[in-house]
Design a protein around this ligand. Structure first.
Ligand code: AHR
Length: 507
C-alpha cells in the first residue's frame, strides 16, 4: 500500500467557499426539463404543480444553491413571452439545437420559478442576446422583478404571480462565440455592454450580471472582453470547459465502456481545467487588479457519446465511478480557487451529460456524481484552509497524472453540545489511481487536535460501475464513524475512491 501525507493548516484561512460553486444547469435539451424535472400536473408520476417530487427531494438533499436556465444554446433562441400565459396558447417552436423536437413551451418562467421555490435554490436566468432584442431582455427582467403597476408587472400578476420574484443572477448570452451568434469578442463585448445597460434593478432587486466568457483556453476572448468591460458592466464572466476523454468532439468515447488508458486520459483532460482557470485569472488580474469581476464556471462536466439507441441530440449518457472521480477533482479545484470563482454549474442536472439524476418513467437513479455532490455539500459556505497532499503519480500508456487530490474547509461546529472553541473540519480526498490503495496520514499543526467523533463517507467501486434502474444503489457511499483524538490520524483510501471526513478540532 502506498503512503502519503495530508498536511492541514486550519489556522490559515484562505477564502469563503460560495455555496454557488455547487450549482447546476438545466436546459431545454433532451429529457432534462420534460420527463426530468417537469411532468405536468396531470401526470401519474407523483408531482407538485407539475414538478417530480422524487427529483425535487433528491435535489433538496444536495442543498442545491442555484440553477441555471433555460440554456445553453437554447437560451439564445428562447423568447420568454412564448412561455407565459395559458398553456394552450403558448407558441410551439422547433428546438433546432437539440434533436429538432417540438418545444411546446409548457415549462416557462413561472414553472422555472416554481421549481426553484420547491428546491429552495436561486434562479440563474440566461437571457437571449444571440437572436433576441435588448427590449425583450429588458422586458423579461421587468416582468420578473417589478413590483408596482407597470403593464408587465400586471401581466405577471394576471398569470398567477402577485409578488415579484427575486432574481440575482443574469447571464447575458451563452457561448456567443459559437451557438450564441458566432461573434468575435469585440463585437460581443459591445453588444454585452448595450444589453447590460438596460437590465434594470426593480423594487430592491439587485442583479449580478454575467458576461459570456471564453471557451476553454481561448485566452484571446478573455483579453478582448476584459479590455472592454469593468465592474460597472459585469460582476462575473463565464467559462465553459467540458472533459472530453479524447480532447475533441470526434473522440468522446463511450460513457461506460472505456480502457484504462481512456480513463487516465479523462483524468488528464479534467485536470487541465486548473491551468485554464489560472490562465484566465492572470488575464483578468491585469485588467482588474482589484478583483471586482469574478470567474463563473457555468458549464463543466464530462461529455461522452450518447447511450446507444438514444437520440444523438439528447446528450443522454450513463455515469460511472469515473465520473465521480472527475466531479471530485473539479470540486476540489473549485474550492481551492474559491477566492476568485463565485459560481460553478455542472452540466446538467437531470438526464443530460454528467447528470445528478437519471429518470425512466416513474423511476429515478442517483448517479455516482450525485454521491460526490452529496458528500461535498459540507464545504458550502465554509472557509477554505491551507492544505497540501503528496503528489504521488499514477497513469498508464504514457499518461501520468497526480493520484491524489484534496481540499479542506473549516466552519463553526454549531451542532456540537460543547461547541466553544471547536471547529468543524471537512476534508475531501480523491484517489484517482486504479491500481494503488493509499494510506494517508493526516497531520494538524502542533497544539491542534482532533476531538471526538469523525464521520467518514467513502465512495469506492470498480471504475466502470454505475447505477441502473435494476440496481439503483450499486455505487453509493458507505458511512461510518470513528473516534479521532490527537494531532494525527490515518485514513485508508482504496484505489478509485473518494472520501469525505467531517470531524471536530480544537485550535
Ligand atoms: O450543455 C450542452 C451545451 O453545451 C450547451 O447548450 C452549450 O452552452 C454547450 O456547448
Amino acid at each position: 500500500m502506498k503512503k502519503a501525507v495530508l498536511t492541514i493548516h486550519p489556522d490559515k484561512k484562505l477564502s469563503h467557499i460560495a455555496p454557488e460553486l455547487y450549482g447546476q444547469f438545466s436546459e431545454h435539451l433532451g429529457r432534462c426539463i420534460y420527463d426530468g424535472v417537469f411532468v405536468g400536473e396531470s401526470s401519474d408520476i407523483p408531482n407538485t404543480n407539475g414538478m417530480r417530487n422524487d427529483v425535487v427531494d433528491a435535489l433538496r438533499a444536495l442543498h442545491l444553491p442555484v440553477l441555471r436556465w433555460p440554456g445553453g444554446c437554447f437560451a439564445d433562441e428562447y423568447h420568454w413571452k412564448d412561455g407565459i400565459g395559458p398553456k394552450k396558447n403558448r407558441r410551439k417552436i422547433v428546438n433546432t439545437n437539440w434533436g429538432g423536437t417540438v418545444e411546446d413551451n409548457s415549462f416557462g418562467t413561472h414553472e422555472f420559478m416554481e421549481l426553484c421555490r420547491q428546491i429552495g435554490c436561486e434562479p440563474y436566468i440566461a437571457v437571449n442576446l444571440g437572436s433576441g432584442t435588448i427590449q425583450e431582455a429588458a422586458d423579461w427582467i421587468e416582468y420578473m422583478t417589478a413590483k408596482d403597476t407597470s403593464t408587465l408587472a400586471e401581466l405577471r400578476k394576471k398569470n398567477g404571480q402577485k409578488e415579484p420574484w427575486k432574481v440575482r443572477y443574469i447571464g447575458i448570452g451563452n457561448e456567443n462565440w459559437g451557438c450564441g451568434g458566432s461573434m468575435n469578442a469585440g463585437y460581443y463585448a459591445n453588444e454585452y455592454k448595450r444589453y447590460q445597460q438596460f437590465c434594470k434593478e426593480y423594487s430592491g432587486n439587485t442583479l449580478y450580471k454575467i458576461a459570456c466568457g471564453p471557451n476553454a483556453d481561448d485566452y484571446c476572448w478573455t483579453k478582448e472582453l476584459m479590455s472592454q468591460i469593468n465592474h460597472w458592466h459585469a460582476n462575473g464572466i463565464s467559462l465553459h470547459y467540458y472533459t472530453i476523454p479524447g480532447g475533441s468532439f470526434e473522440e468522446k468515447g463511450s460513457a461506460t465502456d472505456f480502457t484504462e488508458k481512456e480513463y487516465y486520459a479523462t483524468i488528464l483532460q479534467t485536470l487541465r481545467i486548473e491551468d485554464i482557470i489560472n490562465g484566465h485569472l492572470r488575464i483578468m488580474d491585469k485588467f482588474d487588479p482589484e478583483h471586482t469581476i469574478d470567474l463563473v464556471v457555468d458549464e463543466w462536466g464530462t461529455w461522452y457519446d450518447v447511450e446507444p439507441g438514444t437520440n444523438p441530440g439528447f446528450l443522454y449518457q450513463q455515469n460511472t465511478m469515473r465520473d465521480a472521480i472527475v466531479a471530485a477533482l473539479n470540486l476540489n479545484i473549485f474550492n481551492k480557487h474559491s477566492a476568485r470563482i463565485s459560481m460553478a454549474n455542472i452540466a446538467q442536472v437531470v438526464n443530460v451529460l454528467q447528470a445528478m439524476i437519471l429518470t425512466e418513467r416513474a423511476q429515478i437513479i442517483k448517479t455516482p456524481t450525485y454521491e460526490v455532490f452529496y458528500m461535498y455539500k459540507d464545504h458550502q459556505n465554509a472557509t477554505l484552509v491551507e492544505s497540501s497532499i503528496d503528489t504521488l503519480s499514477t497513469g498508464c500508456g504514457g499518461i501520468t497524472v497526480p493520484a491524489l487530490s484534496e481540499s479542506v474547509s473549516i466552519s463553526e461546529a454549531a451542532d456540537s453540545p460543547d461547541a466553544d472553541g471547536l471547529q468543524k473540519l471537512t476534508i475531501t480526498v480523491a484517489n484517482a489511481s486504479l491500481a494503488e490503495d493509499t494510506e494517508i496520514e493526516i497531520c494538524l499543526p502542533e497544539n491542534t487536535q482532533f476531538f471526538g467523533e469523525a464521520g467518514i463517507s467513502l465512495l469506492h467501486e470498480e471504475v466502470h460501475s454505475y447505477n441502473t434502474f435494476g440496481q439503483p444503489e450499486k455505487v453509493k457511499a458507505a458511512v461510518r464513524k470513528e473516534t479521532w483524538n490527537g494531532g494525527r490520524q490515518m485514513l485508508k483510501l482504496p484505489a478509485c475512491s473518494i472520501c469525505k471526513v467531517s470531524c471536530t478540532i480544537n485550535i
